[in-house]
Write a protein that binds this ligand. Sequence first.
Ligand code: ZN
Length: 295
Amino acid sequence: MEIFLAVIVFAILVWVLPMAWQRLRRQYLRSRPLSKKQEAILRSRLALYPALPPERQQELQQNTSLFLRDKEFVGCNGLEVTEEMRVVIAAHACLLLLARDNNCYPDLRTILIYPDAYVAQETHHHGHVQSSHLSARAGEAHFRGPVVLSWDDIQQGLTHPEQGHNVAIHEFAHKLDEEDGYVDGRPPFERSEDGKDWAPVMREAFEALRQRLHALHTRAESAEREESQPPSTQSISVLDTYGAQSPAEFFAVATEAYFVIPTAMEAAHPRLYREMQKFYRTDPAALLRGNRPGG
Ligand SMILES: [Zn+2]
């Protein structure tokens, strides 16, 4: 009996109290209002903001307030982090959390911001042979670690939304994906019944993108043999062929399209769009149409 009581007390001290403390802390930080300047940046730089109903705008402000106070922003390669950078990044991270029960990226502490695309060492293993080379990157999300972003690439995405790219949305989709312990392209669903059709729909869309990438490469090779101008291997549909690398990259690329070019994505990939909507719950295409289900 004494051992049983000791286990209960131990569990309360080690598990229940810290969780309750974190919940209270998040609640308090959400309640802190954004400054007028922060609110103005949110309104002007987050494309979907004007389409959100007032209660979702308020929720986004609260989560952005929590994010800004909870995470550390670090400038790299001499970059000075501005208020605009902090709010733009926080707002796009929190856009993915709207209308969903969430702890605001609990494993994320630090966001590293580079002025533009940065170079990272990439290591590959082929059996016993290890090779490494330098590669340019616009962003990356480390498992249970920091998110790294290029500010120049974020700005390009905001200036040209028609291209369907937003590196901040991409990297924060990876952070959501890892919340169940696996970066596998399937994020944890709030209600398991919402995820029952996810796997077959995602698999089919992923395979279709892989085949399209393969067809583009084949056409490029045959054009090269005929010494004509090779066609571009860049994406011509709403999903970037970068998503063909893995199911995890597919989910991140699909999330970019879902929030940046929702109308085009819904038209081109209606089944995929519906599955994404079951996870994200917000329906950006409907919001832009002006009728706001799930918004
Ligand atoms: Zn990625």
